[in-house]
Design a protein around this ligand. Structure first.
Ligand SMILES: NC(=O)c1ccc[n+]([C@@H]2O[C@H](COP(=O)([O-])OP(=O)(O)OC[C@H]3O[C@@H](n4cnc5c(N)ncnc54)[C@H](OP(=O)(O)O)[C@@H]3O)[C@@H](O)[C@H]2O)c1
Length: 349
């Protein structure tokens, strides 16, 4: 089968630094074949790097959607534009994969879920953390410590003043709810929810630590899962002063503990301790996880390829319904914090 021709919409930082290299790793599966960006000179520059001919750099969205050689659209835009792109892509009969978060707010996210569920075309959200290799290993181990009763998720780190993403104006003045809390937080939520299940309700406090974040940038929450008696805590923020990066999920069962530690991005580990009590305390086992430079993006693209080429949208893991839930958790954190930590139910699509 010849490679799928990808039309990139939004040729910014992540298109250049991650999507393009990931596509280029699989030349038999993908060809980055066309591009559109609102400032055309940036798309032309991207096209040079990606080997896209100039006549495939389009002046507007309608033209790239009309190109019969483009097999699907890969959109990397500020989240408030996602609903519009999905509507137009579905009308044009093109599958579309959107960068996370699914949308800027729950109303737009609901529109996307409805559009996606009303078409046989694959409409996916690029939630690369759904594809982290640690998830498969941790899932196997979590089965051994059951029943699970509680969890602690912590993702904290220092504010990085030279962060390339901070320079983007749409992040400095976010239209997407929670700013960095939804921009980065949906990743953490994807990990926790993949392993433990959906959040039912939350009690949270959020704060803005850095003016440059544009909105609240830290959250400390307690959580009750939807379909179980499991309770836990969810902490997220990279706006602190000097501190080590600490990213881990610790899952407590009646028969042991599983810890997923992603603090060292290049050396993720899953640790397991089996036993039902202090007296029955087994040795800790450590499972090394393969280092995935793409942090799940390669696997996510291969999964989307499968859904598009087999014309079966159900094969793709990052469905709009799944991504809706991640954004709905952020929405619930913010609503709870506005009520000084009252318990708030996570909304459904
Ligand atoms: N999965 C991950 O780990 C990850 C990491 C980073 C980013 N992302 C996602 O990737 C997407 C792009 O982020 P980025 O960091 O690459 O940001 P970026 O460099 O600012 O790229 C954003 C793109 O959207 C375009 N854009 C901005 N405002 C627009 C508007 N009003 N109308 C039309 N186009 C507009 C920009 O065009 P101009 O250049 O012409 O302004 C640019 O091409 C976002 O959805 C982000 O959440 C995901």
């Amino acid at each position: 089968m010849s490679p799928l021709n990808v039309g990139i919409v939004g040729t910014g930082i992540f298109a250049r630094d991650r999507h393009l290299p990931s596509y280029q790793e699989f030349p038999d599966k993908f060809k980055v074949a066309a591009a559109f960006n609102r400032h055309k000179e940036k798309a032309l520059d991207f096209a040079k790097t990606a080997n896209i001919p100039e006549n495939k750099v389009y002046d507007n969205l309608e033209e790239i959607l009309k190109d019969p050689h483009v097999d699907y659209i890969d959109a990397l835009l500020p989240a408030q534009f996602n609903a519009d792109i999905v509507e137009k892509a579905v009308k044009a009969g093109k599958p579309v994969i959107l960068e996370k978060p699914i949308a800027a707010n729950l109303d737009q996210a609901r529109e996307i879920v409805e559009l996606a569920e009303s078409t046989p075309l694959p409409v996916g959200v690029a939630e690369n953390w759904l594809y982290l290799p640690c998830i498969k290993i941790a899932k196997e181990q979590i089965k051994k410590i059951g029943p699970v009763v509680a969890f602690t998720h912590n993702s904290t780190g220092p504010f990085v003043t030279q962060n390339k993403y901070l320079t983007t104006t749409w992040r400095q003045k976010p239209e997407h709810i929670g700013g960095f809390l939804s921009d980065g937080g949906v990743h953490q939520l994807a990990l926790v929810i993949s392993l433990l299940g959906e959040f039912g309700s939350v009690s949270a406090l959020t704060r803005q630590v850095r003016e440059r974040s544009g909105a609240d940038d830290i959250v400390f929450a307690t959580v009750q899962l939807k379909d179980a008696e499991v309770i836990g805590s969810f902490t997220y923020g990279s706006a602190f002063g000097a501190t080590e990066k600490s990213v881990f999920l610790k899952v407590y069962g009646k028969n042991g503990t599983v810890t997923v530690d992603l603090s060292d991005k290049k050396n993720p580990v899953v640790k397991v301790k089996l036993g039902g009590s202090a007296e029955d305390n087994g040795d800790e086992q450590t499972f090394k996880v393969d280092n995935d430079e793409s942090f799940g993006v390669n696997a996510e693209f291969l999964n989307f390829h499968e859904a598009v080429s087999k014309k079966d949208k159900s094969l793709y893991l990052g469905s709009p319904r799944t991504a809706f839930h991640h954004l709905a958790c952020v929405d619930a954190f913010l609503k709870s914090s506005a009520k000084n930590g009252d318990h708030v139910k996570v909304e459904q699509p």
